[in-house]
Design a protein around this ligand. Structure first.
Ligand code: FMN
Length: 318
């Protein structure tokens, strides 16, 4: 299996279903994200889509969309049927630089299929999953997981198995599945994991500022930091963190910058097959707290096209 690609910075964008679409990823990449990851994708959907695309003489990259400018780019898979997993990994391998496996999603429609976070209670199956992935592809395979399902923290045992089976990097969102997004990410678990394995560790959970990114690195010794919600509508965070880590200071970005960034997002977004309702949510995030929100929000909700959104936001900024 090949090694991990070289990352241009220590700060990664988290996979976020419905949020980290190709347009947002591109902006985060331009602002200094060292790695961006696709939204989680079902192995069964990949296989079904491939069959359909073959008939239309198209490639799977028209289903999982991306831009060459995002590289290095990671694709995140979920699903625990071993045969389907091997097949899906082989289908996506030619298009991506890293194959990431999801072992953290708390959504019931995923955990009920013994996938996502539910796997954190099944070490035997996780071992088979790692073996299948690593033997199916030559690209590096990575793992993103939570600490455990509820009170029981099996992540350490799973990490040991993962390392032994050839997983090249582990991201830990240090909450349990039961916690969802409540409480706090327990960074001491990230420190424990870093001390236990030799492969690179990506710390994740509750990093929303340059100061918190530095604190996570200092407190846990993690190799990389993954940022999710803090980057929503705020790709500037990557530049700010990189500057803070390098120079100890960073630039603040004004409402004008955020509006300009949304307009750029909108221009990128029209090149991809992104649901309009998701683009509208992005408009909400980019303008959150910076304009006459009570007036703007209902107008955004009424927009029917990307051009509507751009006009509403340009008009509100005068
Ligand atoms: C809207 C949303 C969608 C998410 N989708 C995914 C996903 O597709 N795959 C995944 O591994 N994690 C997903 N996550 C979890 C994030 O990747 C990340 O682990 C979590 O938000 C904690 O990081 P943060 O505190 O920086 O947001 C999602 C989180 C949010 C808020």
């Amino acid at each position: 299996m090949s090694d991990l690609p070289k990352f241009s910075s220590r700060i990664f964008l988290a996979p976020m279903a419905g949020v980290s679409d190709p347009a947002l990823r591109l902006l985060c990449k331009e602002m200094g994200a060292g790695l961006v990851v696709s939204e989680l994708t079902s192995i069964h959907a990949i296989i079904a889509k491939e069959r359909q695309l073959q008939v239309e003489n198209k490639k799977i990259s028209e289903f999982i969309e991306f831009s060459e400018k995002e590289r290095p780019l990671s694709v995140q898979l979920f699903g625990s049927d071993l045969e389907a997993l091997g097949r899906a990994a082989k289908i996506v391998e030619p298009f991506f630089d890293v194959i990431d496996y999801n072992m953290g999603c708390p959504a019931p429609h995923i955990t009920q299929q013994m996938a996502g976070g539910a796997l954190l209670q099944n070490i035997e199956l996780t071992q088979k999953i790692f073996k299948t992935l690593v033997s199916s592809v030559k690209k590096p395979v990575t793992l993103k997981m939570r600490a455990g399902v509820n009170g029981q923290f099996l992540f350490k045992d799973i990490a040991k198995v993962a390392q032994k089976e050839g997983i090249k990097m582990i991201t830990l969102h240090a909450r349990t599945v039961r916690q969802g997004y409540s409480g706090k990410s327990d960074w001491t678990l990230i420190k424990d994991l870093k001390e236990m394995v030799d492969i690179p560790i990506v710390g994740n959970g509750d990093v929303t500022s340059p100061e918190l990114a530095k604190a996570m690195i200092d407190e846990t010794g993690c190799d990389y930091v993954m940022v999710g919600r803090g980057a929503m509508g705020n790709p500037f965070l990557f530049r700010q963190i990189n500057d803070y880590l390098r120079f100890g200071s960073y630039q603040e970005y004004s409402a004008k910058h955020r509006i300009e960034m949304f307009l750029k997002y909108a221009d990128f977004a029209i090149n991809y097959n992104i649901k309009f309702s998701n683009i509208r949510q992005q408009a909400m995030r980019f303008t959150k707290g910076i304009m006459h929100a009570t007036k703007l929000r209902p107008q955004i909700m009424l927009a029917k096209t990307v051009d509507d959104l751009k006009s509403i936001i340009i008009e509100a900024s005068y």
